[in-house]
Design a protein around this ligand. Structure first.
Ligand code: GDP
Length: 455
């Protein structure tokens, strides 16, 4: 709970004028940053496709690819060479599975892309959630091979689940890569068949409005970085479509939000933390506040990966803060902000719109789970089940349901034991996405719609 002092402090902070930076924005003309996730049923060819694309873009040199090809051939899995570029650990290589989200970045003509490569295996869906909870846009990879599209799309397949998940986590920009068309002789009929069934599902049920399709082959490389000669398709290739994704908002212009991911060094009146600037910009001598503790501090030093000391949204930074700190003043999951009307108000009650995963027991009022948001992980309780939602049109299905079963979308109220620093998705995407876990499984994921602020 807010102590009287913190309450006072908060009121003063909110009334302070908005921050106005005097120094010019040195990186104002920077390319827009897009966090991109690649999803799709297992073996759809996600890793191969992206590995090949990165090779075409010269992000990965031929020597590395050759090395992978050689190793892959030696272990009898020659076709996995491109995928290995993204599959980092030895264990994954042995199993031929992409287990974690490897981070690779590359540039297109107008964009800087951070690639979150998502795995398609069923037990790895929670990794995918972590990835899509950071994504601005997605590529859905579809296996066009006879019989394989059907497997991925119908019962038990992950295509629909991934698409619904993306949508419920706020991802709206989607490109569908109809892959492995080399296995069906680049058949126009097959492409159209897939495009039609997916369009119906993606627009009517999942709620995507402007999905684009592109015929590709991850193995032979057609339509990835270069347009191919096809009698029935003369549209943009995959990289051109990636280049047309738009960043959700120019977050450097937004209010300062630094999510603290690690507290590295604590001295009497100085703390060093690492974190990501989710919104805004920061530099030396800035006056900031740490939430939810509402402790004031001054930026003594900050630097991003490139050593730049004027840091912007999207940067991972090291931050040295000077102030008077208690042991719990700043922790993993704290958020560094500025004073002003657009500051972040810590709270413990939130309204969340979520989708419930494949769980055995439905969620009922009073259930306790773990809440994950940015670097934060805290216990929480489902205090109200407000209503369930029709997934295909977003309408309210039932007020005050007694339980929320698997596969259902719903709005709920949750409460944490102490104040935390999260906020509505519409204010800051990164701080407004939440997932819920219980007993080692992800049970639900969604976005914060409303913060119920303490009186
Ligand atoms: P992921 O599980 O979606 O990441 O799939 P992978 O990239 O690991 O690919 C699964 C299998 O499909 C591998 O054997 C690949 O060589 C193969 N594959 C991937 N893309 C293509 C393609 O465009 N054409 C053909 N014929 N095979 C492909």
């Amino acid at each position: 709970d807010l102590t009287a002092f913190r309450k006072n402090q908060l009121q003063t902070i909110v009334k302070a004028p908005s921050f106005a930076r005097k120094t010019p924005k040195s990186r104002a003309v920077d390319k827009q940053l897009i966090n991109l996730i690649v999803v799709g049923h297992v073996d759809a060819g996600k890793s191969t496709l992206m590995g090949h694309l990165l090779h075409d873009l010269d992000v990965i040199d031929s020597r590395t690819i050759d090395k992978f090809k050689h190793e892959a051939a030696r272990s009898g899995k020659a076709s996995f060479a491109y995928a290995w570029v993204l599959d980092e650990t030895e264990e994954e290589r042995q199993r031929g599975v992409t287990m974690d989200i490897g981070r690779t970045s590359f540039e297109t003509k107008n964009r800087r892309i951070v690639l979150l490569d998502a795995p398609g295996h069923k037990d790895f869906i929670s990794n995918m959630i972590t990835g899509s909870s950071q994504a601005d846009a997605a590529i859905l990879v579809i296996n066009a091979t006879t019989g394989e599209f059907e497997t991925g799309f119908e019962n038990g397949g992950q295509t629909k689940e991934h698409a619904l998940l993306l949508r419920s986590l706020g991802v709206t920009q989607l490109v569908v890569a109809v892959n492995k068309l080399d296995t069906v002789d680049w058949s126009f009929e097959r492409y159209e068949e897939i495009r039609n069934s997916l369009t119906v599902f993606l627009t009517r049920q999942a709620g995507f409005s402007k999905t684009k399709f592109v015929p590709v082959s991850g193995i032979t490389g057609e339509n990835l970085a270069k347009r191919m000669n096809l009698s029935w398709y003369d549209g943009p290739c995959l990289i051109e479509l990636i280049d047309s994704f738009v960043a959700p908002q120019p977050p450097s212009d937004g209010p300062l939000r630094i999510g603290v991911s690690d507290v590295l060094k604590v001295a009497s009146n100085q703390i060093v933390v690492s974190g990501k600037i989710e919104s805004g910009e920061v530099e030396k001598d800035d006056k900031v506040y740490v939430m939810p503790s509402v402790v004031s501090a001054t930026v003594k030093e900050c630097a991003n990966n490139d050593g730049s000391k004027h840091c912007f949204a999207g940067d991972y930074i090291l931050l040295t803060l000077q102030g008077v700190f208690e042991p719990d003043s700043i922790q993993t999951g704290s958020v560094v902000v500025r004073a002003g009307p657009d500051t972040l108000i810590p709270a413990k009650k939130f309204e969340v719109r979520l989708v419930v995963f494949d769980i055995a027991t439905p969620i009922i009022k009073g259930v306790k789970t773990e809440l994950y948001a940015h670097s934060l992980c805290v216990p929480c309780t489902f205090t109200k089940l407000i209503h369930t939602i029709n997934k295909s049109n977003g309408e309210v299905l039932k007020q005050r349901p007694r339980f929320i079963a698997k596969g259902t979308s719903a709005v709920v109220e949750i409460e944490t034991d102490h104040d935390i620093a999260i906020e509505p998705f519409t204010s800051c995407r990164a701080l407004g996405r939440v997932t819920f876990r219980s007993g080692g499984h992800t049970i639900a994921a969604g976005i914060v719609e409303r913060v119920i602020t303490p009186q």
